[in-house]
Design a protein around this ligand. Structure first.
Ligand SMILES: Nc1ncnc2c1ncn2[C@@H]1O[C@H](COP(=O)(O)OP(=O)(O)OP(=O)(O)O)[C@@H](O)[C@H]1O
Length: 620
């Protein structure tokens, strides 16, 4: 029905006005003369012929091309097969040659080569710097400036005089323009109220790491500080931060939402808590004489509610003591920022960057908005870790007191062969050696619980601490042991690293850790701040021979008695005629890098984390 008007409209539109059209007009076919029609047909036929000729030619060409392609493909296949055969033969030849060469090499040479390969792989680790800095290529070349100066009479000393002082305290240093060692706290320009407080704790003169480390940190320099367990590293890195924060607060007081000025990172909650308490005590001492302002310190770690600390967050923040996970969480939630943060210190730094926290540390670094002073401290820091860490520091200064990873000489080390089944009974006997407090270490959480249970049954006041205990249980154990309410603390190695308990008389290592560094940290809970202590270690057939060898060399280095069963263990490297260099990865003296337990552990952990990432589907 709608067709009609449309048609009508079309009809009306097309011709010129004045014509009258109907359907016949529409169907009208104009007349074409015969001659013209014949010519048109001829032209059509000619074009068909031409087209079909062209088609045929095209088809032929295509066929030829296909054939050529097939031939070329066949040639390529043959060439590839020929090459593969040659490569295979070459590879076989190379292998045969290598086998021949290898057969000429001694086991020692082969081990050296394997070590070099592993070292090269470690050296290629991604630089320890913030992702932002890496991405934008930000590079600082000069250390931070500080207004602190040593007293004039010290500045006027010659380099030779500085050297003599360092030699006197067995301090090794490395770096450019090293600040002078200072033998008295008074000369370090530390506020008198803090010095008075330190005196009440019987801290009157700086320890070697303090007398070189503190001037270095006060001068704003990046620092790697290595010194024995219990040699006062905590004061060496906390006091410079307190002084920096004090300077900032004096210049322009911080208000809510501002700060922190610096952060101290610790690998465990217990260590973070202990460092926090030290900082609190020193900051409280600072305000005692009424001349200095109050500095706010935040403890930022898992297991404590931030609500408890909201009173600190509501003011300007000077110092944060943190474990990595919770710190990242707080920074991501923008509870505070690092916009004005200029001091980053890592305690037990080798552990932090080497075992699991490396990416967290990079992440934390990416929150800094300006150049920072970076300090790394530990009792054990093998050369490789030092080299790696050094890349992220600016003209760093290395302060080393004794060999990194060496045992504290104030600890008498006794190693005893005790059969597995006799350990518990012998432990009771061992506890009689000294008065309390005593720490018993075991590598295994279940064993920690078993030992505590056994001791409780035998009437010994013992507490236990390990990673699977709740925060409250861990805190209770530490508090009651520290206060003297409990005589014995049974602990897993990880949970107690870096903890400073008063006057531990005896450390008993119930199960020898695989890594000698852990042993050094564990025996280091005694013999602290110049006092002496005893460490008794149980070993037996279950202890790997390589661990025993590490132990043997460590005892020899510390001038301790080596029991006959240890002395009789031969070093396979010596048998092969190789050098007896220590392991550059863990510092163990009884093995090379290729059989380093720490490296194995790290690789296992990395593989586990890759597997976890795969399971999670990868990606972002
Ligand atoms: N100059 C000093 N004189 C005497 N005692 C000191 C001095 N400095 C620190 N101390 C004390 O020495 C003990 C050990 O200090 P700290 O915990 O800092 O050792 P550390 O080197 O960090 O040990 P670790 O490597 O085991 O963590 C503490 O109780 C501390 O109060």
């Amino acid at each position: 029905m709608s067709e009609a008007p449309q048609k009508r409209r079309r009809v009306q539109r097309s011709p010129s006005p004045g014509y009258k059209l109907d359907d016949d007009d529409n169907n009208y076919v104009p007349y074409v003369p015969v001659a013209q029609r014949r010519q048109e047909k001829l032209a059509k036929i000619t074009s068909w012929t031409a087209n079909s000729d062209r088609d045929r030619a095209r088809r032929q060409k295509e066929e030829m091309e296909e054939q050529e392609d097939a031939e070329k493909e066949e040639e390529r296949r043959r060439e590839k097969a020929r090459k593969e055969r040659t490569l295979l033969m070459e590879a076989q030849e190379v292998h045969t040659k290598k086998d021949l060469e290898d057969s000429k090499k001694t086991d020692y040479q082969k081990a050296e080569e394997a070590d070099a390969e592993i070292l090269a792989a470690i050296a290629s680790r991604r630089k320890l710097a913030s992702d932002l800095e890496l991405a934008t290529g930000v590079q600082y070349t000069e250390p931070l400036k500080s207004s602190w100066r040593p007293p004039r009479y010290i500045r006027e000393r010659t380099e030779e005089q500085h050297k003599k002082i360092r030699e006197k305290y067995h301090i090794l240093v490395d770096g450019e323009n090293i600040p002078p060692p200072i033998e008295y706290f008074q000369d370090m320009k530390i506020p008198g109220s803090i010095l008075d407080f330190l005196k009440t704790k019987r801290i009157t003169d700086p320890t070697p790491i303090q007398l070189q480390g503190m001037p270095t940190a006060f001068a704003g320099r990046d620092l790697i500080g290595i010194a024995f367990t219990g040699s006062g590293k905590t004061l060496a890195f906390c006091l410079p931060l307190i002084m920096t924060a004090l300077e900032e607060e004096t210049k322009l007081p911080l208000v809510r939402g501002e700060g922190p000025v610096g952060v101290i990172l610790c690998p465990s909650r217990e260590l973070a808590n202990q460092t926090y308490e030290n900082v609190l005590a020193w900051c409280e001492a600072l305000v005692k004489d009424g001349r200095y302002p109050h500095l706010n310190t935040l403890l930022c770690m898992g297991g404590i509610s931030m609500g408890e600390q909201s009173h600190v967050l509501n003011k300007g923040l000077h110092i944060v003591v943190a474990t990595p996970g919770r710190l990242i969480d707080m920074l991501e939630k923008k509870k505070f920022t690092f916009n004005n943060c200029k001091y980053l210190c890592m305690d037990e730094a080798d552990r932090m960057i080497d075992l699991g926290f490396e990416d967290d540390v990079r992440n934390i670094m990416s929150f800094f908005k300006r150049q920072r002073q970076t300090l790394l401290f530990s009792a054990t820091m093998p050369k490789k870790i030092q080299d790696f860490a050094q890349q992220s520091l600016i003209k760093p200064i290395l302060v080393n007191v004794g060999r990194a990873g060496a045992a504290n000489l104030d600890v008498l080390q006794v190693v005893e062969y005790v059969k597995q089944e006799a350990k518990m009974v012998y432990l009771l006997e061992c506890l009689q050696k000294t008065a309390p407090p005593v720490i018993v270490f075991s590598e295994n959480k279940n064993e920690v619980d078993d030992i505590q249970e056994y001791l409780l049954l035998k009437g010994v006041e013992a507490v236990a601490i390990h990673g699977s205990k709740s925060q409250e249980e861990r805190q209770y154990a530490i508090k009651s042991f520290k206060s003297g309410a409990k005589d014995v603390m049974v602990a897993s190695g990880v949970a107690s690293k870096g903890l400073d308990f008063n006057d531990i008389q005896h450390v008993i290592i119930f199960s020898m850790p695989k890594e000698i560094e852990d042993y050094v940290h564990q025996i280091g809970r005694t013999g602290r701040s110049g006092k002496t202590g005893i460490a008794t270690t149980f070993v037996n057939m279950n202890t790997p021979e390589q661990t025993l060898l590490d132990l043997k060399y460590l005892l020899m280095e510390a001038g301790q008695k080596v029991p006959p069963f240890l002395a009789s263990i031969d070093d396979p490297r010596a048998v092969q005629g190789g050098s007896l260099k220590g392991c550059p990865v863990c510092g163990g003296l009884g093995h090379g890098i290729s059989n380093c337990p720490k490296l194995e552990d790290t690789q296992r952990r990395q593989m586990a984390s890759h597997r976890a990432a795969d399971d999670a589907g990868g990606g972002f």
